[in-house]
Design a protein around this ligand. Structure first.
Ligand code: CMC
Length: 436
């Protein structure tokens, strides 16, 4: 970051001396005011719940221009990555800063592919869960549990350990997600097949059985790969910030990524794809497209507590570029599966049309986000609704690791420790129970 000629001056109405703070510029995007010395100089903290105006780190990985609806991984537009690269190119890019050349790609694919199996003991660990457990509960446990299986890659301060953990996590996440699914439906686990692509292998582990040959459908393989690319990173979102905060204590990478999985589960974040599909199914049950107007009235009524899931974003105040790409993929997959007249897709299009013209959404700059169409694609592929967020976690793992490793390598990194504005009771004495 570069020190700007500009400086910020904070003055106080009570006559306290004003404070000058440095301003830094990044390569693109808003400047930041460096408030690190503010407490030392004034005895005051800044107050910013939800980090609406706070940059918690400097990063070189992902850039979002929310007004333009632009998303860049290491400078490359998401549209180019989604159409010209595959997910493992994207992982390499996020981890190393550059796209791989032919030899680097071959080596990286081989490295990831040769780490796809998990320790056999993990299946017994998995068996401890109830079969009706939510897959995100199972995944949080399994990913955290990896730290109990791979002791030679748990030292976050050791670059070699971090590299091995990164490869293990990217390689084994699909195996764990597929194992969680097979366990839930009572089918035997399918071992990874190294001759397949990353996405093809995941489809194989999900849908093959030992009884018959499974052939990967290239349209679905490409669609899934695109889902992975689109979800790979999204700068300092809630789960990534969770991974950074968790990792800032020096904990092991598996524990930090498990924290990210747990955070992602929430319906305001990664859980939105599941919530969005459940919403579409509810409207469909209520009467489908004919009931869209009524549903929208509920969404606009603040007392109803109903939100249009898959709409709105903290950063995008324009169409989420991932939603556009996802809508394209949605059409391709539905056509491939002979589901062109899928009622949920029609319903989603109707909701989108109304929302994009409605004053409520227009004035608040609410547009479809990535989750609006991703659920329809995943459902058409055959992925059960409660596994959608697990697929998101699988894909986001590369971003989480890249961000975690960037933080550890940053000489300015410190344990994350936000402060507070205390509004509770001041010091008081405990009274005996009979006097309370
Ligand atoms: N439906 C109806 N109203 C909405 C919606 C929505 N989906 N999203 C925001 N609003 C309204 C909100 O009520 C508020 O109105 P007002 O200014 O009158 O109080 C205004 O828009 C601003 O919303 P906010 O909640 O203050 O904005 P935020 O930046 O805190 O929240 C969000 C962003 C994504 C949590 C929110 O838009 C939301 O809940 N969307 C639905 C869930 C969703 O699709 N999440 C996936 C996000 S993309 C994938 C990911 O990153 O995980």
């Amino acid at each position: 970051m570069n020190l700007s000629d500009n400086k910020a001056t904070l003055s106080f109405s009570d006559g306290s001396p004003s404070v000058e703070m440095p301003v830094y510029s990044g390569s693109v995007g808003p400047d930041v005011i460096d408030i690190r010395k503010l407490y030392g100089q004034t005895g005051m903290f800044t107050y910013d719940p939800g980090f609406l105006s706070t940059a918690a780190c400097q990063s070189t990985i992902t850039y979002i221009d929310g007004d333009k609806g632009e998303l860049l991984y290491r400078g490359y537009p998401i549209e180019q990555l989604a159409t010209q690269c595959d997910y493992l190119d994207t992982c390499y890019l996020l981890l190393n800063g550059e796209l791989p050349n032919v030899q680097q790609k071959k080596d990286f694919d081989h490295l990831v592919t040769s780490h796809t199996m998990v320790n056999d003991q993990m299946q017994y660990f998995l068996r401890g869960f109830r079969r009706d457990a939510h897959p995100m509960a199972v995944l949080t446990g399994l990913v955290g549990g990896m730290s109990a299986f791979y002791h030679d890659s748990t030292d976050i301060t050791n670059p070699e350990h971090r590299h091995i953990a990164a490869i293990r996590l990217i390689a084994k996440m699909p195996t764990l997600v597929a194992m969680a699914y097979k366990y839930k439906i009572g089918q035997p686990y399918i071992y990874p097949k190294n001759s397949l692509s990353y996405a093809g292998n995941f489809l194989h582990m999900m849908f093959a059985t030992p009884c018959e040959e499974y052939k990967v459908n290239p349209v679905l393989e490409r669609a899934l790969d695109r889902i992975f690319i689109l979800h790979a990173d999204h700068e300092q979102n809630a789960s990534t910030s969770t991974v950074r905060l968790c990792g800032s204590s020096g904990t092991n990478p598996f524990a930090a990524i498990a924290a990210g999985v747990a955070c992602l589960w929430g319906p305001a974040h990664g859980g939105a794809n599941e919530a969005c599909l459940n919403m579409l199914e509810d409207i469909q049950r209520m009467g489908g497209v004919a009931k869209v107007g009524e549903f929208m009235e509920q969404v606009k009524d603040k007392n109803s507590g109903v939100r249009l899931m898959g709409f709105g974003h903290r950063v995008y105040k324009n169409y989420d570029p991932r939603a556009k790409l996802m809508q394209e993929t949605c059409k391709e997959v539905l056509q491939e599966m002979g589901l062109e007249n899928d009622p949920l897709f029609k319903l989603a299009m109707a909701l989108e049309k109304i929302a994009l013209e409605d004053e409520y959404f227009v004035s608040r700059k609410l547009y479809p986000n990535v989750d609006f169409y991703s659920g329809i694609v995943q459902r058409a592929i055959g992925i059960p609704v409660n596994l959608f967020t697990g697929i998101f976690a699988l894909a986001r793992t590369s971003g989480w690791i890249a961000q975690l490793n960037e933080m550890i390598g940053d000489p300015e990194y410190k344990i994350g420790r936000p402060r507070q504005l205390f509004t509770g009771p001041v010091a008081r004495n405990v009274k005996p129970a009979n006097e309370r």
